[in-house]
Design a protein around this ligand. Structure first.
Ligand SMILES: Cc1cc2nc3c(=O)[nH]c(=O)nc-3n(C[C@H](O)[C@H](O)[C@H](O)COP(=O)(O)OP(=O)(O)OC[C@H]3O[C@@H](n4cnc5c(N)ncnc54)[C@H](O)[C@@H]3O)c2cc1C
Length: 338
């Protein structure tokens, strides 16, 4: 690990003034002057320890006053400060009551110790856990290299990688919480260097490798996430979340699904179905949603929707198992709504 200086940001403005790059940009084209944000520090520290980054300055945004609150208005929804920890979300009573899918997603992310440290902004802005991307010996597309090591049909260790939209980089996004936030139609509030705020839907926050291989989200060098907004659910809304991992104790997702539906009896008035670890970004299965909107939820319609969700899947050499796995957890999550 290199020696670096530490800047303790006192306000959003102060943080923005002192940062000059993003961790993504630093990985793609390293500079000697890099200064970027750190909140919980879990992901930033990993990159430092692995020797993948050598920043000049770390700008600590973790203790900026006012960014650690959860506010809930029944008609408006919930505002989660960027520095709220995963543990605080997990244990907040209004989250469990109003947004069960979010509570379940957070409670299944990482370990209790990590959830005490990790912040919601850091979770959304963390980089992929593809082992080639995380290895100093592999210069992949995402690090300005000339190939994707994972997609090689014989040597690629692609068990955990994408089965959908896997045309260039085949990594999947590491945030399983984003799956629930996507299904809940949450948005991210970003403050830029000009101090103007923009509100971006979670769907538009993530950037696919086809759009820009150097980044996984839209954050620019002078962009700080200040809040996450989760709109109030309409009456009779139910939600559920399931994450499948390789190890029972803790792990990143092999597959996860969040469903949020407005129900009238067993009829589905409206629904969102979000999939994590299926594609390089969390995605919605609009096709599966279409099958269920306005229909009765029953074994037949649910199975049809799960089949439809996986029609677009194109597995790699070692991750074909993900198709039946996704079908199975989609069926289970939808069945929970009735
Ligand atoms: C063993 C292990 C298991 C895990 N399992 C899961 C899991 O199952 N599901 C899951 O979702 N996560 C998982 N994680 C991720 C973890 O929970 C953290 O959320 C994540 O590593 C980063 O959070 P952080 O607050 O420490 O961010 P940091 O490391 O501080 O920052 C991460 C990135 O966000 C940027 N950043 C931080 N704050 C801001 C801000 N306000 N505005 C703009 N950019 C910002 C930083 O510059 C950096 O690029 C796991 C981590 C580990 C180590």
């Amino acid at each position: 690990m290199n020696r670096f200086s530490w800047y303790e940001a006192k306000s959003v403005e102060d943080a923005l003034k002192n940062a000059n790059t993003t961790l993504s940009e630093e990985l793609y084209s390293p500079s000697n002057e890099a200064a970027f944000f750190k909140s919980g520090g879990i992901d930033v520290l990993d990159f430092l320890k692995e020797g993948l980054i050598s920043p000049k300055t770390i700008v600590n945004v973790r203790d900026i006053p006012g960014m650690d609150k959860i506010e809930h208005e029944h008609n408006e929804g919930m505002t989660i400060g960027a520095n709220v920890t995963l543990a605080e979300i997990e244990h907040h009573p209004d989250v469990a009551i109003n947004f069960p899918a979010l509570q379940m997603a957070v409670a299944h992310a990482a370990t209790p110790q990590l959830r005490n440290m990790s912040t919601i902004a850091g979770n959304l802005a963390q980089r992929t856990r593809c082992w080639y991307f995380r290895s100093v010996d592999h210069q992949c597309f995402r690090k300005n290299g000339d190939r994707c090591f994972a997609r090689h049909s014989e040597t690629g260790q692609n068990e955990g990688h994408a089965i959908i939209n896997n045309g260039s980089c085949v990594s999947v996004h590491a945030s399983s919480i984003a799956t629930a936030l996507l299904a809940l139609k949450a948005s991210v509030v970003i403050q830029g260097g000009d101090m103007k705020k923009k509100v971006v839907s979670i769907e538009d926050f993530f950037v696919s490798p086809m759009q820009d291989i150097s980044r996984e989200n839209i954050l620019g060098k002078k962009d700080l996430i200040t809040e996450i907004k989760v709109p109030a659910p309409s009456a009779n809304t139910k939600s559920f979340y399931i994450k499948q991992v390789a190890r029972e104790s803790y792990d990143w997702s092999l597959a996860d699904v969040a469903v949020v539906a407005e129900m009238k009896g067993n009829t589905c008035v409206d629904i969102t179905i979000a999939l994590g670890a299926a594609a390089p970004t969390p995605i919605r299965s609009y096709e599966a949603e279409k099958i269920l909107k306005g229909e009765q939820l029953n074994d037949m319609s649910i199975t049809k929707a799960a089949e439809k969700a996986m029609e677009v899947a194109r597995p790699l050499s070692k991750n074909g198992y993900k198709i039946p796995l996704f079908k199975s957890i989609i069926v289970r999550a939808l069945s929970e709504l009735i």
